[in-house]
Design a protein. Structure first.
Length: 145
């Protein structure tokens, strides 16, 4: 089992890498040249900038039983199809049961924005969100590790 992190804009990288180090789980950070970063205890894979380049690189590497961390619903859907477990940065798990609704929400929001609509600003990340993510990741690692 490995943990693959969609590093583009992921606010929980440090938490995820720390948990991987503590449990001796192989951790891969995937990012593009615009978001390149390194963390001790994780292997960083960097890809060219481009629409979804990191997403496709991650999907091509994910295997059954891996844990993927992403906020991207489309990427999460592709990883579920590869029999991976997938966590959102807020600590909830993507599943076959919630994916259709999430993808519909994403599509509706995009149509709204393309028609000139404006979405509310994303609120600042809270410690409560970080705690929820930590608890969820520990639970998944306990289950599949």
């Amino acid at each position: 089992m490995r943990v693959l992190i969609d590093g583009d804009g992921c606010p929980v990288v440090d938490i995820a890498v720390e948990l991987c180090r503590k449990r001796n789980v192989h951790c891969l950070l995937l990012c593009d040249t615009a978001h390149e970063f390194h963390r001790e205890g994780a292997e960083t894979l960097t890809f060219d900038k481009g629409a979804d380049s990191v997403d496709f690189a991650l999907v091509n590497r994910v295997q059954t039983g891996d844990l993927v961390i992403t906020q991207d619903y489309g990427l999460a859907s592709m990883c579920l199809a590869r029999n991976a477990r997938v966590l959102h940065q807020d600590g909830w798990e993507y599943t076959a049961w919630n994916m259709d609704g999430l993808l519909l929400q994403r599509h509706t929001s995009k149509k709204f924005r393309l028609s000139g609509g404006r979405m509310k600003a994303i609120p600042k990340r809270t410690e409560q969100q970080n705690s929820a993510f930590r608890a969820a990741m520990e639970a998944v690692l306990d289950e599949i590790g």
